[in-house]
Design a protein around this ligand. Structure first.
Ligand SMILES: [Zn+2]
Length: 273
């Protein structure tokens, strides 16, 4: 029997409670589906330490420490020293997730939050993103980037670092023109289970327009379970279903997709094999 084409889940929140007591089971499921590497993504310093610990315990897991923009108001003023230290730990392959998210301001979702809170939220997000960019440039690591309703602002902040730092714009739902813009500055995109959703024709159009060597696959689990698991807890092995849809949309075989996306991930993430 020919070997199953292998894939990586390049964006998984496996420190979340949904996976807490069943990491071994999660990794067995991955193995059964040819998912040989799971890249664990942190959202703050505590989860950064958690995923680095997981990476030390399991060779299939790699770690991306950082601080998520949506948690910016809870972040210390300057985390550059912590990021520098984390970047040296074994199993660390990039920094993030970082970036800008202006989709929902605190005044729209939190009681007592005012316009001043919103302004502070934006200021803190920008400061944190800048800190990730600086440490990434210093350490030679790339960045896992989260952006929502802030594409132009995110690109503008990345641009001065584009010679030294590449970004992966994760959970990409942008236009082909936006993908081209990212490609021009050396950054890539990754696609989640959204590509399998019935109403996501525009995202599939972007997949179609994205060159095969400019994309990676991810789940963003526990969110965004692909069809046929939609609405359930997303698991890292579900990236197999993302792969099937993308191969179909691009008109390539699973082997071709495996080869291209694994090569792209190895170039992007430090020390990934
Ligand atoms: Zn994420």
């Amino acid at each position: 029997m020919p070997a199953k084409p292998r894939f990586f889940d390049t964006h998984a929140h496996i420190n979340y409670p949904q996976f807490a007591d069943r990491i071994d089971e999660v990794l067995v499921q991955c193995q059964e589906h040819g998912i040989s590497r799971v890249i664990a993504i942190a959202t703050d310093l505590e989860s950064s330490h958690q995923i680095i610990g997981m990476a030390q315990e399991h060779e299939q897991i790699l770690a991306v420490p950082g601080w998520h923009p949506c948690d910016a108001l809870n972040a210390p003023g300057d985390i550059r020293n912590e990021l520098r230290e984390l970047s040296q730990k074994p199993g660390v392959v990039a920094l993030g997730e970082t970036g800008l998210d202006f989709y929902r301001m605190p005044s729209q979702s939190e009681e007592g939050a005012t316009e001043a809170t919103d302004a502070e939220y934006v200021r803190r997000q920008r400061a944190l993103f800048q800190q990730h960019l600086e440490v990434a440039a210093e350490t030679g690591l790339n960045l896992v980037i989260h952006q929502r309703s802030a594409f132009d602002e995110t690109v503008e902040m990345l641009l001065p670092f584009a010679d030294q730092v590449r970004g992966v714009f994760h959970c990409f739902v942008g236009t082909p023109a936006q993908q081209q813009k990212l490609q021009q500055i050396g950054s890539i995109v990754s696609f989640t289970g959204i590509v399998t959703f019935k109403n996501a024709g525009e995202v599939r159009d972007t997949v179609k327009a994205t060159p095969l060597d400019q994309l990676m696959l991810e789940t963003d689990c526990p969110y965004l379970a692909p069809v046929p698991y939609r609405g359930k807890t997303c698991q890292p092995f579900h990236v197999w279903h993302v792969a099937q849809t993308i191969a179909e949309v691009k008109g390539v075989t699973l082997d071709e997709l495996s080869e291209a996306t694994c090569a792209t991930a190895r170039q992007f993430f430090r020390g990934l094999d």
